[in-house]
Each structure stands twice: as C-alpha cells, then as structure tokens.
Ligand binder design. Structure first.
Ligand SMILES: [Zn+2]
Ligand SMILES: [Zn+2]
Length: 436
C-alpha cells in the first residue's frame, strides 16, 4: 500500500493556481519572515522540558497579534487565546522541543547548540523532528487568522506544547488546567512534517494514525559465577536470549493478526568479561499498538514470558525478572470523523488531488492524541506535511539515494514548502471550522 502511495506521489506537480486566493496570498507574503523564524528556531533548539526561550518567542508573537497569552502552562507551555464572538472553540497546537542529536546537515543555520540531558549525557541538540517548522507555521497561522477576524467567529486557542518527544507535554498541559483555565476546545488541529512524503504534499489518515508507545525496562536476574563452571550459576545471558526469542511470539502467535503490534528489544546489556557469568542483563523495549486492549495484552505478555522463562531456567523466586513499564507513555492518536474527511476534501479542493494523499497509519507516536482522549467529544485531526526536497525525492525514487528519517542528524526538510503549505492548510481548516 505504501509502495503504491510513493509511486503515485512521484507524478506530482506543484503548480500553484494563479487565481487570487486571500489565504494563499497572505501566506506567501508572510513566508520570508516565517522562514526567518524557522531558521532562528532551528539554530537555537532546546531539549524537552527546557523550551524556555522558544516558548518566550511564541508568546511574544501571539501577544503582538492581539492574543491573550498565558505562559508556563504545564512547564514551559504557552496558551494564546483570541476571542471573536460566540461560536466554535478551536485549538491549534505546535510542539516546541528538540532532540539530543548532533546536527550533520551542513546547513548554514545548522544548530551548534550543546546541552546536558536530564540523564546527565552531554549532547548536541537539534530540531531533528521538524518541530521548528511546526512553530513557524503556528506563527503564520496565528497571524493569518488574527488579520482575518471578519471571516470567522468563535474562539481560537493556540498552544505551544513542551516535551512531545518524551510523551509528557500534552499531559502536563492538561494536568495544569488547559481545559479548565482556558476555553475548552470542541475541535483540535496539529500537523507534523513528514520525511516520507515529497515537499508540499499533505498526508491524511482517518482513524488511528499513530500508535500507543510504551517503553519497558526488563531486568533479567540470574546468579553469577565463573564462566568455566556454569553449573554453579544461573546464567542471565542465556535466559535473556530465550526471553528475546519468546517475546517474538507475542505479535506472531498471540495478538490478532488484524491488529497492528510491535515488540522491539532495542537495547541489551549484560556481563563484563569473557569468563565471568554476570548476575543480570538489562533490556530496553519499545512496545507499540493502537487499541488499549492490544496494549494491555502486550504488556501483560512481556511480564508473563519473562517470569515463565525464568521459572523454566530454575531461577529462584527472589531473582525473578523485574519488568518496569516507564512513565513516558504516549497514547495512540486517533483522527476523528467527520472532521478528518471534511478537511481532506477541503485541502484536495484547494491544493489539487496530487498534493493531498491518504496516508497509512504508522507505528510512530505523538502525544497530540491526549487532547482528544481527555474528552472524546473533541473532533481531532493531525496531518502530515511532506518535507522531502524535490531533488532528494527524485534521487531516492531513482534508487540513487536513501532518505533520512525524522530524528536523523541529516533531516533537512524543504522548510519553505512545509511552512508555506502547513500555514495555508491550517488557516483554511480554521476558517472552515470557525465559519459563521
Ligand atoms: Zn520526534
Ligand atoms: Zn515530532
């Protein structure tokens, strides 16, 4: 299915209709300035929960556009409200955090920022997920809508969200009264730049769009000793190997084949020397699903398999594996109907069908889904905006290059195409939702 999508996308054209359109005109006029914002965000990235200067820039721009602004909502979160008479309440979100990645794009405005993570690791910092494009388009949308107040009615709530990359920011803002201290939205919108769609293309997924993401620490404990005398030990390396293999049957043998699920052991560490049997092995897992039922099934299954294999290996009760489901959980993101389909139709009319494609759901995560889960009556849509530069896309299609993914040190989206398309799409969507 995805292959078909890629082939279809190859034939795309980017002709902009000449017909005067106020949203497109306003966006194109603002674009050079929005790109300045993008480059400034890009050159000055801040890690999750540390988005202090970034948040201040968003707050200042919202104030200038006439919004009522509250800062430090759920950590560094920004809430900007524009009331424009009675009518629907729409929330538009941009995430603000960057990643502990040392940039290798070679861009003239590449980040040289270094920081220490909350875990104490010294690292480069980079907007490797493109949240800089999200914020630039957020400013563009906010300015467009402030200048078009005669074309809509209702209340606009624009939020800058911290710590998306750690799956915490949306929850922190909700816990800090996002829906009680400020107008509670009936509609919610966000977009994410895409490293698998050509620049300027919009991708829309109906229903589940992104996955439940759980991180699990699994510590396998044995009884250490001399490598030459294994019979006097309980070898945690052999036990860990069995657990890794048995975990593969969760998806292949236990979960309904119609239900997407992933169990990946991303890290495994144990032992120190050739001839020593260590006493434990630490494994770090990522676990992905869409529904709460499959999520429960996987997490329970991991604990059961770990314990079962330990019993089979003769590990004593007080050395059973320790399974910890981490707090940094991202729930799956669900795009609701009818809003998602309506917006897809609206954008198809505006950009042409070559630039708006139905994209399959992915097993990546996004905590935007929490804003809908906190009140399921909220109509919610997150959409993709392609960022792969045209020349790179063509090279990749010809098999001459491979494309960097999001989070790569080489991810350099075509920012003009992403910010321009997203600002226009978001403005048009807001005017549609807030029509009077
Ligand atoms: Zn990311
Ligand atoms: Zn992201």
């Amino acid at each position: 299915m995805f292959r078909t999508l890629l082939l279809a996308a190859t034939a795309m054209t980017f002709a902009v209709p000449a017909a005067a359109d106020p949203i497109r005109e306003a966006t194109q006029r603002a674009l050079p300035q929005l790109i300045d914002f993008y480059r400034d965000f890009h050159a000055n990235p801040e890690l999750s929960l540390h988005e202090v200067k970034t948040a201040a820039k968003l707050a200042a721009e919202a104030r200038k556009a006439g919004f009522e602004v509250t800062e430090r909502v759920g950590g560094t979160g920004v809430v900007a409200v524009l009331r424009n008479g009675p009518g629907p309440i729409l929330m538009i979100r941009a995430d603000m955090d960057a990643l502990p990645v040392t940039e290798e794009t070679g861009l003239p405005f590449a980040s040289k920022v270094r920081a220490t993570t909350d875990e104490g690791q010294e690292t480069g910092v980079m907007h490797a997920c493109g949240h800089d494009t999200h914020m630039a388009a957020w400013i563009g949308t906010l300015r467009n809508l402030a200048s078009m107040k005669d074309r809509w009615r209702g209340t606009l709530v624009m939020i800058g969200q911290p710590a998306e990359e750690r799956g915490m920011g949306a929850r922190m803002m909700l816990d800090d009264g996002l829906y009680t201290r400020f107008p509670k939205p009936q509609y919610a919108l966000a977009f994410h730049d895409s490293a698998s769609l050509p620049a300027g293309t919009i991708g829309v997924t109906s229903g589940y769009a992104l996955a439940n993401v759980d991180s699990v620490d699994l510590i396998v404990r044995g009884i250490g000793g001399h490598g030459a005398y294994p019979h006097t030990t309980k070898d945690p390396v052999v036990l860990a190997a069995r657990i890794v293999t048995a975990l593969q049957t969760l998806v292949s043998r236990e979960v309904d084949p119609q239900q997407p699920a992933v169990v990946t052991v991303g890290s495994i560490h144990g032992g120190s020397k050739h001839n020593i049997i260590g006493s434990d092995v630490t494994m770090l897992l990522t676990v992905r699903s869409y529904t709460p039922e499959v999520r429960r099934q996987l997490l329970d299954g991991i604990a059961r398999i770990a314990r079962g294999e330990a019993i089979a290996a003769g590990v004593p009760e007080d050395r059973m594996p320790v399974v910890t489901v981490k707090d940094e959980y991202t729930p799956s993101t669900f795009n609701t109907e009818p809003q998602t389909g309506q917006l897809q139709a609206l954008w198809t009319e505006r950009f042409g069908k070559d630039r708006v494609v139905a994209t399959p759901a992915v097993m990546g995560g996004e905590d935007f889904g929490r804003f809908h889960l906190a009140d399921k009556s909220i109509q919610s849509t997150i959409f993709w905006v392609g960022g792969v530069p045209r020349a790179k896309w063509d090279e990749a299609q010809a098999g001459k290059a491979s494309l960097p993914s999001l989070h790569s040190a080489h991810w350099a989206p075509d920012a003009e195409a992403v910010v321009g398309t997203a600002t226009e799409a978001m403005t048009a969507a807001a005017l549609y939702i807030l029509k009077h």
